[in-house]
Design a protein around this ligand. Structure first.
Ligand SMILES: CC(C)(COP(=O)(O)OP(=O)(O)OC[C@H]1O[C@@H](n2cnc3c(N)ncnc32)[C@H](O)[C@@H]1OP(=O)(O)O)[C@@H](O)C(=O)NCCC(=O)NCCS
Length: 338
């Protein structure tokens, strides 16, 4: 049994904000941001757009690609949406605070009437967790064949725009893949999922959950936002990338020469460079598009996959290794035979 990606899509908000534009209202500058992160710009949603809007747009684009490329027999996006058995949205910035799941909104927007819907809330690792969950749900039930796996985040709504050490890092976006159960040995070959909850405080949004709920009369100088211990996350991320790659290769009896491209979570180019050095790999082995989008959290890996796919850089049979890390602290990796 295989779990092939038969379509990819992305949704990027049109509003592009450069480092220089941020520096107009924040004590920062283009040189610091570029040299410390590799980020040159980010795309941010307008006031009317929320997580489900981006998620649904990326999913429609993935469905449209499957039709255009003839990887399915259906002829319209609407017809194909009806064949989807699961809609899974990986996100930490869903439309509603507690319920309903954003995936339910997306399922309705797509007209995917025959699909179950659920969210995976696991910060920047959400997409890899969602991919493995999707493959698992397809494998345990003969009746399920297709799952839409979406990573979507609008963290611009949850950063403190006066805190230069966090707000410059993030951007908004969504990416989606249409996963199909097949009888081939290609697609998602193996995934690793991991966590170290002792680092929960290192990347956290404290307010609003059951530990510290919103109360009548609450007033905020700054709306509830993400707090981060940048150094601790950096160290965790470099280790997570290096160890996940090594474990996936060992488990599949492959060497790095068998891998066409590594698609890391796009949090900071320096994290990727440090991991490459640790593994004694050339940096070119890693795909980076952080310069344009910044850290889009759950969306960064599926956006990258879609960019690579649409530009023809992924050839059939290529081994692609995706690796993510994020709040939790969590990490995950997936080995895909394209
Ligand atoms: C956030 C991060 C880029 C900070 O880089 P760093 O080299 O550790 O920088 P520091 O936090 O030590 O700050 C160094 C200085 O730069 C300043 N600084 C921080 N952000 C700045 C900004 N946007 N512009 C200008 N100066 C800034 C700090 O105030 C500090 O100044 P000081 O020395 O006068 O106190 C880095 O720690 C990182 O990338 N961590 C991982 C974060 C991440 O990826 N999170 C998401 C994971 S999914």
């Amino acid at each position: 049994m295989g779990f092939e990606i038969i379509g990819t899509g992305r949704a990027i908000p049109p509003k592009r904000v450069t480092n220089d534009e941020l520096a107009k209202t924040l004590d920062t500058n283009d040189e610091w941001i570029r040299s410390h992160t590799g980020i040159e710009a980010r795309h941010l949603v307008d006031e009317r757009t929320s997580c489900s809007d981006l998620a649904a747009e990326s999913a429609r684009n993935a469905l449209a690609m499957a039709i255009e490329q003839g990887t399915c027999v259906e002829k319209t996006v609407e017809e194909l949406a009806l064949t989807v058995d699961m809609v899974i949205v990986g996100s930490s910035s869903g439309d509603y605070f507690c319920c309903p799941a954003t995936a339910c909104i997306v399922q309705d927007m797509l007209g995917a009437k025959n699909a179950g819907a659920m969210d995976i809330v696991n910060a920047c690792s959400s997409f890899i967790y969602a991919l493995e969950t999707g493959a698992g749900l397809l494998s345990v039930n003969k009746g399920r064949r297709r799952a839409l796996i979406i990573g979507a985040d609008v963290l611009s709504r949850f950063v403190d725009w006066s805190d230069r050490s966090t707000c410059v890092l993030f951007g908004d976006g969504a990416g989606a893949v249409l996963l199909e159960k097949t009888d081939t040995q290609s697609g998602v070959l193996r995934a690793i999922l991991g966590a170290d909850g002792s680092g929960a405080e290192d990347l956290i949004m404290r307010k609003g959950g059951s530990r510290d709920p919103f109360k009548k009369g609450d007033a905020f100088a700054v709306p509830p936002h993400i707090e981060m211990n940048g150094r601790a996350v950096y160290v965790f991320a470099v280790n997570a990338i290096a160890e996940t790659i090594t474990k996936l290769l060992d488990a599949e009896h492959l060497t790095i020469e068998d891998i066409a491209l590594i698609v890391p979570h796009q949090a900071n180019a320096r994290i990727v460079q440090a991991a490459a050095k640790r593994l004694a790999l050339p940096e070119e082995k890693f795909f980076l598009n952080i310069a344009e989008y910044a850290n889009t959290s759950s969306a960064s890996i599926p956006i990258a996959l879609d960019e690579l796919n649409r530009s023809g850089r992924l050839r059939k049979g290529d081994h692609i290794l995706c690796v993510a890390f994020g709040a939790g602290l969590t990490y995950g990796g997936a080995l895909i035979r394209w």
